[in-house]
Design a protein around this ligand. Structure first.
Ligand code: ADP
Ligand code: MG
Length: 463
């Protein structure tokens, strides 16, 4: 029918715009490398902030003692206690508590958010017995994973540049987040010191390095997306301080804010951006990460409903609600292997109250999932390839058998199988046959929490 072909026209146009052939990905990787250089050259030199983390030593395996970690940066909030046994014993025990962040706190005041965090931390500490206290007479020490763009002023302090991923708390911007946490901990009389302020990428890098010395970069694909990697300190023109003895400096790229004319953007991306809490920012993140993929799908479906009556002569009311369709829903539909696509049918029915879909319609929905996930996965692979190029590790050099291991983590990477497979195969495609064995991707499961505890250990006041 005419309506069906109008709907298919919308789908085809969307797919054309999302296309990311290998040549485009190479251009993107090169653009990423160029921006990395620019961001390292001067403060504000690029959309990529290339933040100096003050982490110039990564875990060695010799870390010892009991340390805490706190992970804030998206959907969930976690508190951990890690017992490190040193060289021979490794990690003896990890205990953790996880709570989802009450949504109203994400747009409340700094005071309220940090009070909540400190209270959860105090609760966690209150459950422990005497013998799990780090050391009698010593202060407890914490690695604070705060996964938003922070201008670091030392290993244990930094000011919030801006919020991302649906958080928006005006009065915290420009404030020292460790100072805010310290004040809140004082309010609940919790005697604990922040030994290291990091984000999830740096935590994951540290956690990955603990197990494997060849880890050179870490990528998060979760609610948001970001990357960190080990740079040579003398390759950072904007670094004014003394060169660290290791010669290394970990850089937090904040790659979610990457932008390039080579990005395959569509009208749906533009509309999503305009309607977001941070218009004009985090464009790369908005094409890739878990917070947004389902929302892109909703927007395409809404357009098909409005302009081609795809779901009947009225537009389904639920389909008009931003962010109602989450990426895990999209992932379930995408992975539906049943002959009648019953999971697609039930998601459409349960979430969007769209009933009576035909198999042919459901197939179109699966195709849309594939288009959106494939684009995101291929773009992430291009970003990783850009980092490898910056490090000169995208090719195997004569006589060298260096391995480059990239630690990945985040709910999107962990749970969205087709996304992950596509990302890995695209990276292989970019690297090519000869060098494909020298680049290895590992899932650094919960590296960020353990990594923060490890960094607290190596920056302890008692060393
Ligand atoms: P965060 O990034 O908030 O710290 P996670 O790394 O756990 O937390 O990532 C959570 C995100 O991962 C969710 O917001 C969601 O977008 C995505 N996600 C979780 N489960 C799935 C799933 N089954 N399929 C696809 N994406 C998922
Ligand atoms: Mg996380």
């Amino acid at each position: 029918s005419a309506k069906w072909s109008r709907a298919m026209g919308i789908v085809r146009e969307f797919q054309d715009k999302c296309d990311s052939p290998i040549g485009k990905l190479r251009n993107l990787a090169d653009a990423m490398t160029v921006e990395m250089h620019a961001g390292l050259a001067s403060e504000g030199g690029s959309k990529l902030k290339m933040i100096i983390s003050y982490v110039d030593n990564l875990p060695t395996g010799e870390e010892e003692g009991r340390f805490y970690a706190l992970d804030l940066g998206g959907t969930n909030f976690r508190v951990l206690r890690v017992h490190l046994g040193g060289k021979d014993k490794g990690i003896i025990q990890t205990e953790f508590d996880e709570v989802s962040i009450p949504p109203h706190l994400m747009t409340s005041s700094s005071h309220e958010l940090f009070d909540f965090i400190a209270a959860e931390l105090a609760k966690f500490v209150a459950t422990e017995d005497e013998k799990s206290h780090p050391f009698p007479g010593r202060q407890r020490e914490l690695g604070f994973t705060f996964s938003f763009p922070v201008r670091q002023t030392s290993i244990s302090s930094g000011t919030l540049i801006k919020w991302t991923k649906g958080f928006s708390i005006e009065d915290a911007v420009g404030e020292d987040v460790v100072g805010e946490l310290n004040k809140a901990m004082e309010r609940v009389r919790l005697d604990m010191r922040v030994a290291a302020l990091v984000n999830d990428t740096i935590g994951t890098l540290a956690g990955g390095r603990y197990y494997n010395p060849n880890v050179v970069a870490a990528i998060i694909l979760g609610t948001g997306t970001n990357a960190a990697y080990v740079e040579r300190a003398n390759a950072i023109p904007k670094w004014q301080g003394p060169l660290p003895r290791s010669g290394d400096m970990v850089i937090n790229m904040e790659w979610g804010n990457f932008r390039s004319s080579h990005l395959p953007l569509t009208e749906y991306d533009d509309d999503l951006d305009v309607a977001s809490l941070n218009p004009g920012e985090q464009i790369f993140e908005k094409m890739i990460s878990g917070m947004y993929l389902g929302e892109i799908l909703r927007r395409v479906m809404l357009k098909m409903a409005e302009e081609a009556e795809f779901f009947g002569d009225t537009v389904p009311e639920k389909l008009k609600i931003p962010f109602i369709l989450r990426t895990p829903h999209m992932s379930t539909m995408h992975h539906d292997t049943s002959s009648d696509l019953k999971d697609v049918a039930s998601k459409l029915r349960d979430i969007l109250e769209i009933n009576n879909t035909t198999l042919r319609m459901r197939k179109v929905i699966v195709e849309l999932c594939d288009t959106i996930a494939t684009r995101g996965a291929r773009l992430s692979a291009a970003g990783i390839y850009g980092i490898l190029k910056k490090l000169g590790r995208e090719i195997t050099r004569e006589g060298e058998d260096q391995k480059s291991v990239i630690a990945l983590d985040g709910g999107l990477f962990e749970h969205y199988k087709k996304f992950r497979q596509c990302m890995e195969s695209t990276l292989k495609e970019l690297i090519g046959e000869e060098a494909s064995d020298t680049v290895v991707i590992t899932h650094s499961n919960d590296g960020s929490g353990i990594g923060a505890a490890l960094l607290a250990a190596s920056h302890s006041q008692y060393l």
